[in-house]
Design a protein around this ligand. Structure first.
Ligand code: NAP
Length: 293
């Protein structure tokens, strides 16, 4: 069994980016700039945004967090997004989800300029991904592809089973793994809560991507020998053994599943760091105007 170590891979990719930024700054140009909008006081959202801010600092990007009270109206928030869209000194804009219930996430995502949509959630970018055209690919799926590439894992002809069909992870993953590309060409089954006899699919998986948000849901008897397991799940589970009062758990029962795997991602330290590095790469692409040139 080999661990797919997101910390190692993301460190390497960040070092490469950092060198690029040093060269850009040495030429007297401005640094890439990522803006994150944070609405309300959700603890996990604050942690994610802080991690993104820290990563920007590590590679030499400028980052700005715009914080708004949970009571901000939908129209005010849309107006704030437009101000960032219009700011030529900003390359990437993300709105940390979830947002308060009185605001439509679809309207918020639609308001983001697709050229600055480094989370890859705007329908224009989703459409481009589906059509295999240049566009921003959502950070978590993109990070997973980078990891597959780094560990030289061939997807071609393999049975890829994805558990969870969210717009941000499972559904884009199903498209990316099945499309005609170096990190695709798989035969994909997309499972969800209505799937009957889920185990029959997970047991036939050569590549298993799990993104459902239920800690330790996938057990040893649900996978076959030699499988590649990518565990996207992150759930905070209360713990008295940890100073923070919680532990981060994946969707896979690591102790049982890992001995059967050829490759597996740990939680934490697997997909999480890759998601952040993919966001940075999208921001750099936005800065260089590579995708929408
Ligand atoms: P989500 O929007 O919460 O959707 C969960 C999906 O799992 C849904 O499609 C649901 O099916 C399916 N599901 C739920 N129970 C199931 C069951 N018993 N059997 C089969 N399918 C089931 O998911 P998400 O936003 O993709 O998040 C999933 C997990 O990944 C969470 O723990 C989240 O925190 C984590 N995550 C991590 C990263 C990272 O960077 N590492 C990024 C994003 C998300 P239905 O559609 O039928 O309801």
């Amino acid at each position: 069994m080999q661990l797919m170590d997101g910390r190692v891979v993301s460190k390497k990719l960040k070092e490469e980016m950092s060198l690029q930024i040093k060269a850009i700054l040495a030429e007297g140009q401005r640094a890439p700039h990522l803006v994150a909008i944070l609405v309300g006081n959700d603890g996990a959202s604050q942690t994610y945004v802080a991690a993104k801010e820290k990563a920007c600092g590590e590679v030499g990007f400028r980052s700005t967090v715009l914080r708004f009270a949970a009571a901000i109206s939908e129209s005010e928030l849309l107006h704030e997004i437009q101000k960032v869209n219009d700011d030529d000194e900003v390359d990437g804009l993300i709105v940390q989800l979830p947002i308060p219930k009185h605001i439509s996430p679809d309207k918020v995502i639609n308001q983001i300029d697709p050229k600055k949509d480094v989370d890859g959630f705007h329908p224009v970018n989703v459409g481009k991904m589906v059509q295999n055209l240049p566009g921003f690919v959502a950070a978590t799926p993109l990070g997973i592809l980078k990891m597959i590439e780094y560990y030289n894992i061939s997807i071609r002809g393999k049975h890829c089973v994805i558990v969870g069909r969210s717009k941000t992870v499972g559904t884009p993953m199903s498209i990316l793994l099945s499309r005609d590309s170096n990190t695709g060409d798989g035969t994909v089954t997309l499972c969800h809560s209505r799937t009957v006899d889920l185990e029959s699919y997970t047991r036939s998986a050569d590549i298993l991507v799990v993104a459902l948000g239920k800690p330790e849901f996938i057990t040893g008897d649900m996978v076959k020998e030699g499988v590649v397991v990518i565990d996207v799940g992150i759930t905070r589970v209360p713990s008295s053994t940890n100073k923070s009062g919680f532990l981060l758990k994946g969707d896979v029962k690591f102790d049982e599943v890992s001995p059967k795997c050829s490759f597996i991602t740990p939680v934490p330290g697997g997909v999480g760091p890759m998601t952040i590095v993919a966001l940075l790469q999208n921001t750099l692409s936005a800065y260089k105007n590579i995708i929408y040139a």
